[in-house]
Design a protein around this ligand. Sequence first.
Ligand code: RIB
Ligand code: CA
Length: 331
Amino acid sequence: MLGGMTNSELVAPSRPRVILDCDPGHDDAVALVVAAHFCDVQGVTTVAGNAPLEQTTHNALVIRDLIGLDAPIHRGSDRPLVAAPRHASSIHGKSGLDGADLPAPTTELDGVDAIEFIVETCRADEGLWLIPTGPLTNIGRAFKMAPDVANRLAGVSLMGGGSFGNFSASAEFNIWADPDAAAIVFDAFDPSTPGNPDGRLVMAGLDVTHQFQLTPSRIERTRKLGGTLAPALAGLFEFFSAAYIERHHPGAMQGAALHDPLAVLAVTHPELFEREHRHVVVETRGEHTAGMTVIDERLLRERSAPNCEVLTAVDDAAAFALVVEAVAAFT
Ligand code: RIB
Ligand code: CA
């Protein structure tokens, strides 16, 4: 139930207008495909995260070409607001998209100031969704530079956080990589923040994304779609899943968690998810907890008013069927 609303009352906007802010990244690549199929993509912005900015930007261009997406790509932040740059090559490889022989991009970058693109686009067109699937550096900088932007959005649907971590015991990579930027974003939606936006903050954290795994049968189902895109994605999935299985105890995971597309599907198909309205803050200084999303689960009257819809469950079979539909549309 969302503030008295049942999931069935959460009606998805037809082809929501979105800006995808990403660090491709195997799962970011799928988020791009899903957004291209189900959304009206106003633009793609890139951020350093899974790999350095040069790589994530190159990878975004490669995926745009592979699917023929008609949307501008603007390069963003090459480092976090305060923390030292940290990447995830152990999961995504040095290129950020290891596992397939992908064609070099043929299209050019459309801009080198993602923050300006986000601010100007949101000021010109009210009611957009920002869908960040990497560290929140670009979004945090945009909210700092232009505090009016947050209140012009339909919402922010982000992949990040959770009640447990992956890059530390307490912190998920996207929040861990830039906790200061994440704090700006979560605090902006806090009801106690003067002028807090009417829009929604939706968090697809590890609690829900670990329910959405690239099992061997799903990788084969993707490969069998044929064409150019699907076999390339199948190769990427095999690399991504091998990294996950290598990193986890035997049997803990049946494949990589396909995190980022859930931030898109939370906007386009909200009925697939269960959610709880919670107060969430980001720890920025803890020696062992920097980057932790502190979710207030206490059943106390004194609990702070919620600022975030925390996704807690997903119909993973239905979600993967939508991924297959999107991939097939570009194959
Ligand atoms: O922790 C998972 C997140 O970190 C995903 O967005 C993945 O792409 C990496 O960026
Ligand atoms: Ca990502």
